[in-house]
Design a protein around this ligand. Sequence first.
Ligand SMILES: [Zn+2]
Length: 370
Amino acid sequence: MPLLKELVSYFDSKFPTAFQENYDNSGLLYGDLNQKVTKALVTIDINLEVAKEAKIKGCNLIISHHPLVFKAVKSFTTNTEQEKALIFCIQNDISILCLHTNVDNHPEGINGMLASMLQVEQNSILKPFNGFLKKLAVFVPEAHADTLRSALFNTGAGEIGKYDFCSYNTAGLGTFRAGKGSNPFVGNLGEIHTEQEIKIEVIFPSHLQSAIVKVLNDNHPYEEVAYDIYPLDNKYSMAGAGLLGELGKKISPELFLNQIARVFDLKALKYAAGTGNDLQKIAICSGSGAFLIEDAIRAGADAYITGDLKYHDFQTASGRILCIDIGHYESEIVFNNLIIDILNQNFYNFAADKSECYINPVCVFSPIGV
Ligand SMILES: [Zn+2]
């Protein structure tokens, strides 16, 4: 049985909490990090019934997609459904881990699963993060450049799109004078020293900064390491909202709508008609994705699949892009399989189960004989 901290840390490396949106509250909401996890219950939402289901099934961890707590909880009574579920979890030692927009914004998260279900080959993030990249420039003696560069790469620096091991290296002369009390790696106390150095430049995502700085200090021979870190305005192509991909061949809007209804087992689906042309380039965003309609159009997508669209969203898309609302729950229910597969592949001798009592709160009525 893994410790809770092992599961939390695994999921944080797989779907970094730093990938979540500002409004979100992903991460461990309740639990003792040193507690052994007997079994996990995976669900889209947590309510009192789900919490009771966890207890009945012997699960002392619930992993949910939507956080049970978004805003500060100022009282713990049983006045609201949220408080009832929280109190039940706390009283029964059931930890709560939420993996929300950090999974949504990851290419191997829910959107990635939706793409493979629809045989869409994913190419890129629809709206990559901005302001997420930094650059490190470090000055290192020539003989130590290879070791340091490799250590930085192994920590996640130097990845640009589908390329890794990216760096720029320039040779130059570094100068310094070791002062009283110092212990210089080269040169003598009180003398100006000139050293042949390499300036290594690499980019890295900002959530890795403390790991990068640690590796930098651990693998650099100097007592005082000279380096610069500065923010970049470049987009971070590895994560962000929605994704963009292509079907193997063009198909008609009607065929595609049929395929979606079949794959997601939908009795009906709402859409705004696009241009009527055959489709190949497809944009996808699980959950509530109205905010990406214009991005999908700008990216040249022929169709956009999402959930939770309002009348005016359909109006925005109409005639410009085939915009399909498959439903919020329907677009996210694959979360359960995604997390259970990850747990099965990475944690042996540990069981996880899907919630059976949490079902789609939105019902569709199909009249008979009409
Ligand atoms: Zn959602």
